[in-house]
Design a protein around this ligand. Structure first.
Ligand SMILES: Cc1cc2nc3c(=O)[nH]c(=O)nc-3n(C[C@H](O)[C@H](O)[C@H](O)COP(=O)(O)OP(=O)(O)OC[C@H]3O[C@@H](n4cnc5c(N)ncnc54)[C@H](O)[C@@H]3O)c2cc1C
Length: 542
């Protein structure tokens, strides 16, 4: 055992290892990058996390940088759940429900709890946490909060950040803080503290005061419905309150390590009305998209023809007999989950009129009997995520983008051009109601030509997104993969502001370094030469 692993094992209750096989296992996440950690630790409690951070800080004071990466299920696709130093694996022990308060509609959790365990517990009492990954069994609450997870019903319920009320966070020097909304008096108390926490509040308050023009300019830059790109500096000061939680949510473990989270929950809706709409011409979507949104659906997803064709090319029989219009240009998946059945029926009726007027085709699925058929079509995309074509696999690059809704169809057309210039199938799917598009080209990362295609696609699609006023990162965080494009999106001033925020929280650069700041050169040097999705091969849907 290395000296570091030995020292940590002596001081932590949880297990520590530097076994090469274990380190290799944790060297990849759901992204195209790879970094082998030096040490893997499974914290048993907050004190283990605090001691590890303190240890790393003390080494840094003596000139040795040993970074820390927090990790949940490792399903992150932006290269943020990997690191070259100590990896803290939360699902092993810190996975409990600490409090459940139906009266206050809150739940307090350890970060390593899986969404599956959480939702099962909540649903048995008639509640749920609306933003929830398809990879229930696998993704953790900590990973979801740190990524500001969106979820399939985000259109109606919003992202994880809307639900976070309070966090306990270990800072880079090992101090533990609680964050949540502070009034003026509470803020002035925090700013008077002589420790690292006090310093953070003082410096951040001053920085935000001085940067109002930069923040206003950055806010104008992104007009799409969804964005988790950069650091959220806009919501720290809100109607007289000062709150670090919105900043830490979505910071991907680069500003602090979450050891406890209190979230609000919502009443669990009954099975919902589901409608599949198929359009022969993608341009028809321009007209009906805003009309459908007016009906306030809870889900408004899409899959294009190229994606359906890719599914069928991988598994010939998968969609046979379930997809009535395989030749349609685009399929839309609409769900209404209003509590009153009559309201759901009313919405479906209005939707029918919109569809008829547009000359499109629609099928209503009965919530009691037809759910499986609907979701079989909707989740057929998982075949693309896990399928292979020779040595090629669908790799996550330039996905999770969001564009303003009026640009949605134009973006799909632009993406199709980019893909066909490279002789690739432009399979696309995502959340149309959120302007969100996901695309994964089938590439073999061992081939130099395919690696070049990957960066070619990223460069062109991100340029198009930025030009259209969209966001390069609508979900899953910027990570390292999208970091090189943040400055292009927000401009140099905002990017420098982000670097200052990072310095305030993490002066030695110990917490997930490179996440949100990696250069293109860094990304190229970390690229895997084989993309395997073994960490989440069992996922259904996206
Ligand atoms: C098929 C597929 C679909 C996906 N769809 C979406 C989607 O729609 N929206 C979306 O947002 N993501 C999506 N993802 C990405 C990912 O699954 C989610 O972001 C998920 O919430 C990550 O959870 P995890 O436990 O796997 O976190 P990890 O991958 O382990 O970590 C994610 C990030 O959180 C940080 N982190 C983890 N725990 C902590 C902690 N305790 N304190 C501080 N930081 C921490 C990590 O350092 C990392 O930066 C998808 C992934 C796949 C493979």
């Amino acid at each position: 055992m290395s000296k570091i692993a030995y020292y940590l094992q002596e001081h932590l209750v949880g297990e520590v290892t530097d076994n090469l096989e274990v380190r290799r296992y944790f060297s990849t996440d759901g992204s195209i990058l790879q970094m082998v950690p030096t040490t893997v630790a499974y914290p048993k409690n907050e004190d283990d996390v605090r001691k590890t951070a303190r240890f790393s800080w003390q080494l840094a004071e003596r000139g040795k940088i040993l970074p820390l990466t927090a990790r949940g299920g490792g399903s992150n696709t932006s290269g943020a759940a990997i690191g070259g130093g100590i990896m803290l694996i939360f699902p092993a022990h810190m996975n409990q429900v600490l409090a459940f308060d139906p009266k206050q509609q809150t739940v307090t959790l350890e970060p390593g709890i899986s969404y599956q365990n959480l939702q099962q517990m909540l649903q048995s009492h008639g509640w749920f946490l609306p933003p929830c990954p398809p990879s229930l069994a696998y993704s953790t609450l900590g990973g979801g909060v740190a990524s500001n997870y969106l979820g399939q019903k985000s259109l109606k319920y919003g992202a994880t950040g809307h639900y976070v009320k309070q966090l306990r966070v270990v800072l880079s020097n090992g101090e533990v803080i609680e964050v949540g909304p502070l009034n003026k008096r509470q803020l002035s108390h925090k700013m008077g503290l002589t420790n690292f926490e006090g310093q953070i509040y003082r410096q951040l308050d001053k920085l935000i005061e001085e940067s109002s023009e930069i923040l206003a300019a950055a806010a104008k830059q992104v007009k799409s419905p969804r964005s988790v790109s950069g650091y959220n500096l806009h919501d720290i000061k809100d109607r007289g309150s000062f709150n670090l939680a919105p900043l830490l949510v979505g910071s991907q473990g680069s500003l602090g390590i979450i050891t406890e989270a209190t979230l609000s929950i919502a009443p669990y809706p009954e099975p919902a009305e589901l409608v599949l709409i198929s359009l022969d011409d993608i341009n028809e979507l321009k007209e009906i998209l805003p009309k459908i949104l007016d009906l306030r659906p809870s889900v408004f997803d899409f899959i294009n023809k190229a994606a359906m064709d890719t599914v069928t090319s991988i598994n010939l029989s998968q969609l046979a007999g379930v997809l009535a219009r395989p030749e349609a240009a685009i399929h839309l998946f609409i769900e209404f989950d209003d509590f009153k059945e009559a309201d759901q029926k009313k919405a479906v009726k209005k939707l029918g009129k919109i569809v008829d007027k547009a000359g499109a085709w629609a099928e209503v699925f009965d919530p009691e009997n037809d759910h499986d058929k609907f979701w079989k079509i909707r989740q057929s995309v998982s075949t693309i995520l896990t399928g292979t074509k020779g040595q090629s696999r669908a790799v996550p690059v330039a996905e999770d983008i969001s564009v303003p809704l009026e640009k949605f169809v134009d973006f799909l057309s632009r993406a199709e051009e980019v893909y066909s210039e490279l002789d690739l199938n432009a399979a696309a799917w995502g959340q149309a109601g959120d302007g969100m598009v996901r695309m994964r080209p089938m590439l073999n990362l061992a081939e130099l030509g395919d690696r070049q295609k990957l960066f070619n696609i990223a460069g062109k699609l991100y340029a198009a997104v930025i030009e259209m006023g969209g966001s390069i990162t609508a979900s899953a965080g910027d990570g390292r993969v999208r970091a090189p494009y943040i400055q292009k999106q927000y401009g140099e001033d905002f990017y420098n502001l982000m670097l200052k925020v990072k310095k305030i929280f993490d002066p030695y650069g110990l917490l997930n370094p490179g996440v949100k700041t990696a250069s293109l050169k860094d990304v190229k040097s970390l690229l895997r030469d084989e993309y395997k999705s073994s960490h989440y091969e069992h996922l259904a849907g996206s």
